[in-house]
Design a protein around this ligand. Structure first.
Ligand code: CFM
Length: 538
């Protein structure tokens, strides 16, 4: 039967107690798909206790997401060992270990392994000893210290310890993150805490001058499944130098020289848009939103970068690269299209991918019937124009906003006001992101912080051809007989970014939505409970 979105929404919250239903109703939105005036959605608020959320914690956002992919900074977790073990190599951020000395600390799980007595008597001494040990073992350029929940509860001063050790070493930057898991309502708070410290302690500190012609920063690309490698390949082919990726396959020196780029290209708006703003204010680097998920989106983003620099030679080269890369993509797209056309998808991922991946599905002729973020903010749904109206609550106030001023020595406007205006008059958009809602069809369901109960329900009602989310959702979705693709870790696949990534994705989704295995999900006795049997001796 054909469900009406209003009925689906009512059904999703029907079993909740009235108070919970009222709250969830504000996070479940029937999309109206209008640019600039989409209806308001409630986002970035606490999950209701008792609900099984898909979210992670603030520590996960700081240690795992932002600092995790850097290869030559030692990540030291101050806390019980479980926090380290669980965060150890679970995110598929890849590295080529291309730092100065080919260091790769990603494969280590370093922790102070706090015990009961440390909680009672304090863990600062233990932390100091652990920093010393890490320094003696590796002599890294930087050591990052992460606080887990108990550290905040007992009040260890991790910043004082970090400062003491930094001064003691002289040749190693030690800095700490107050990213206790409970600090914010989700990972998002952890991104902010991490980014602030990277900006404060590392950016602008490189003595090496970068002399390439077209220099950009790629912000919010974490090299999951090698996405960053593919993007770098394409950029390089175009003659564009990626000074610093925040933070996929990045190194200490990349962060330190980010102030030397002439443009910041933002992939994941949620995790990093404020860094783009800070780079502009402090160093004069303008920023644009890009998306390298989807072949068309990749081409569009490359053209946008070339238009910014405005050099005919670069524009021609970018066109040549697109012309060279696209045919191979088109061959595969056309091959899978008859099998994927008209199929439906649901996407529930952290803060960007539920939007970005709709591009790839569109290229395959597939329709996204419901999507949402785990922890994004209203601007990621409705567009950046809502930012000035965002309510500051007790939870968001908890997260530091750093005040940035133009740097006395390093500030340099990359384009004059007239040049910026001229670009804007031609339709070029700086600092702009329209969010997910305008890109989704009218009547689709946009749901913030979807939980396990609602996921089960919506799958049973709408029966999508594929459901995309994470490992926590994977098996419960598959048990409902629906193919499931992890869009956090990509299962073991990827890259899916850029041109080669698009080809990988087409193949993968084609295989998933056309597999017959899902029709064998029911055991014989479920399909036919009347099976009769006789005893052998009868
Ligand atoms: Fe940005 Fe990410 Fe995402 Fe994210 Fe993440 Fe991730 Fe994600 Mo998992 S930074 S918001 S905190 S694009 S780890 S690489 S896949 S939830 S949609």
């Amino acid at each position: 039967m054909q469900w009406d979105p209003t009925d689906i929404k009512a059904e999703l919250i029907a079993k909740y107690p009235p108070k919970v239903a009222r709250k969830r109703a504000k996070q479940i939105m029937i999309n109206e798909a209008q640019e600039n005036s989409t209806p308001e959605i409630v986002a970035n608020v606490r999950t209701i206790p008792g609900i099984i959320t898909m979210r992670g914690c603030t520590y996960a956002g700081c240690k795992g997401v932002i600092m995790g992919p850097t290869s030559d900074i030692v990540n030291l977790v101050h806390g019980p060992i479980g926090c380290s073990f669980y965060a150890w190599l679970t995110r598929r951020n890849q590295t080529s270990a291309s730092g100065e000395n080919n260091e790769n600390f990603i494969t280590y799980a370093m922790s102070t392994d706090m015990q009961d007595q440390d909680i009672i008597f304090g863990g600062e001494k233990k932390l100091e000893a652990a920093i010393q040990e890490a320094y003696d073992l590796f002599h890294p350029k930087g050591i990052a210290v992460f606080a887990t929940c108990p550290v905040g509860l007992i009040g260890d001063d991790i910043h004082a310890v970090a400062k003491k050790m930094k001064d003691k070493f002289g040749d190693c930057n030690v800095f700490a993150f107050s990213c206790e898991g409970y600090k914010g309502v989700s990972q998002s708070a952890g991104h902010h805490i991490a980014n602030n410290q990277v900006f404060r302690h590392i950016v602008g500190k490189s003595p090496i001058e970068k002399t390439d012609t077209y220099k950009i920063n790629l912000l919010g690309e974490y090299n999951i499944g090698g996405d960053g490698f593919e993007i770098d390949r394409v950029l390089k082919k175009c003659g564009i130098t990626n000074i610093a990726t925040f933070s996929g396959n990045s190194t200490y020196d990349q962060f330190a020289s980010a102030n030397q780029a002439d443009l910041s290209a933002v992939m994941c708006h949620r995790s990093i848009n404020y860094v783009a703003d800070m780079l502009e204010t402090k160093y004069g680097i303008p920023w644009i939103k890009v998306n390298f998920i989807g072949a068309e989106a990749t081409a569009k983003s490359l053209r946008k970068i070339a238009t910014y620099f405005g050099d005919q030679e670069l524009i021609n080269r970018v066109e040549a690269v697109i012309a060279e890369e696209m045919p191979a993509v088109e061959v595969v797209r056309k091959e899978v299209l008859p099998r994927t056309q008209g199929k439906t998808a649901m996407l529930f991922v952290g803060g960007s991918r539920a939007h970005h991946y709709q591009e790839l599905f569109k290229e395959m002729g597939m329709k996204t019937i419901s999507a949402g973020y785990e922890f994004a903010h209203r601007d990621d749904y409705e567009g950046r124009h809502v930012i000035p109206t965002l309510k500051v609550d007790a939870d968001s106030r908890n997260i530091e906003e750093i005040e940035v001023e133009p740097d006395e020595k390093l500030y340099r406007p990359r384009k004059s006001a007239e040049e910026m205006q001229a670009l804007e008059q031609d339709g070029f958009q700086f600092k702009e992101y329209q969010g997910l809602n305008p890109d989704m069809d009218k009547g689709t369901l946009v749901i913030d912080d979807l939980n396990q109960y609602e996921a089960d329900k919506i799958i049973q009602i709408m029966k999508p051809d594929i459901f995309c989310a994470g490992i926590k959702e994977k098996f419960s979705v598959q048990k409902l007989g629906i193919p499931m693709k992890q869009l956090h870790s990509y299962d073991s696949g990827g890259p899916y970014a850029g041109f080669k990534g698009a080809v990988n994705f087409y193949h993968e989704i084609d295989r998933l939505v056309n597999s017959k295995v899902w029709s064998y999900m029911k055991a014989p006795w479920q399909e036919n409970p009347e099976l009769s049997a006789t005893y052998v001796w009868e």
